[in-house]
Design a protein around this ligand. Structure first.
Ligand code: FES
Length: 106
């Protein structure tokens, strides 16, 4: 099963293992990784699953769709690494990905 390394804003690391098809948001929430909320349940409507994807993983995650980009506009501290965790589905290709978490979601 693919592994994800979540790194909180304070540097705390959490390595989780998830089935393929799980989203980054689901992986965090179901493993009680703090710093990611997922209030809308993955409907790309709340922006509280905002994460930062390091440059070396960006291409493998694909491009954000228009709706994701629009919701990201309402998130805090957005930069060029920003993505919504509910819109990134974990595949074997993403095994070992590092996901950085923002300081806050609200
Ligand atoms: S969980 Fe709401 S936008 Fe991702």
């Amino acid at each position: 099963m693919p592994k994800i390394l979540f790194i909180e804003h304070n540097g705390t690391q959490h390595e989780v293992e998830v089935s393929e098809g799980t989203t980054v948001m689901q992986a965090a929430v179901s493993n009680m990784v703090p710093g990611i909320e997922g209030d809308c349940g993955g409907l790309c409507a709340c922006g509280t699953c905002h994460v930062y994807i390091p440059p070396e993983w960006k291409d493998k995650c694909g491009e954000p769709e228009e709706l994701e980009q629009a919701i990201l506009d309402f998130a805090f501290d957005v930069n060029e690494s920003s993505r919504l965790g509910c819109q990134i589905e974990i595949t074997d290709e993403l095994d070992g990905i590092t996901v950085n978490l923002p300081d806050r979601q609200y």
